[in-house]
Ligand binder design. Structure first.
Ligand SMILES: Cc1cc2nc3c(=O)[nH]c(=O)nc-3n(C[C@H](O)[C@H](O)[C@H](O)COP(=O)(O)O)c2cc1C
Length: 197
């Protein structure tokens, strides 16, 4: 698949099958390359990633289920659990973080940009997330993007020995698509894209 085919194929997919399409080491190396080559403001590389596979991946989604159980009404819990169990049944999860020490240091280094560094940390994390998402598609997988952050950030850092100054930005379960995506509507480009020549 070329680049445009990859970004067209990328969709939010759930359920996902827990099947490796290449040796685990190759998958890890690909994700490492994506992290390495994703840009960041002033090249400060504040993005951080944690790849959860196998037992850790399941343990993470068990943490989410447990956290959800504590906040949703009993009658809603089974439905929530069924949805989150689909994430648990996927192949792995990429957790995205920003290193708050590195981002703060950038603000201190360039007082003129103090107000922008937080925005940039989010933007460059989004760049990493879409690179990972598309990168997974190029490897034959699909994924989806979740935000259970407030419910599970602390427990996750504790469970997986993640530095406390890494701020969690999102969770991306991935695996082999078990279903085709629903058709998606696109706003006419005439409303979204201008060309001036
Ligand atoms: C910044 C951002 C945040 C998102 N957060 C969530 C989320 O928390 N939960 C979820 O199920 N999907 C989330 N999504 C997925 C979007 O709903 C999805 O990308 C959108 O509906 C378009 O569908 P597609 O990904 O299949 O193209 C998020 C997407 C983006 C870009």
């Amino acid at each position: 698949m070329n680049f445009l085919q990859v970004i067209e194929q990328r969709r939010s997919i759930n359920p996902l099958d827990a099947t490796y399409l290449q040796p685990k080491e190759e998958l890890i190396a690909s994700l490492q390359s994506i992290l390495t080559y994703t840009p960041s403001s002033f090249n400060k590389q504040t993005q951080r990633m944690v790849l959860l596979l196998e037992h850790s991946h399941q343990q993470f989604w068990d943490l989410v289920i447990y956290a959800i159980q504590r906040i949703v009404p009993v009658e809603q819990f089974e439905r929530s659990k069924a949805k989150i169990s689909l994430f648990r049944n996927s192949l792995g999860t990429v957790l995205f973080f920003d290193d708050t020490y590195a981002t703060k240091a950038l603000g201190n280094q360039f007082p003129l940009y103090q107000d922008s560094v937080e925005t940039w940390s989010v933007e460059q994390n989004g760049m990493l997330q879409i690179n990972v998402w598309n990168g997974l598609v190029s490897l034959g997988y699909q994924a989806n993007l979740q935000h259970y952050t407030e419910l599970i950030e602390e427990q996750t850092k504790e469970a997986f020995l993640i530095p406390s100054h890494w701020k969690m930005m999102g969770q991306m379960p991935f695996g082999v698509a078990k279903i085709a995506p629903n058709p998606k509507e696109y706003i006419p480009l005439v409303n979204r894209f201008l060309v001036r020549d």
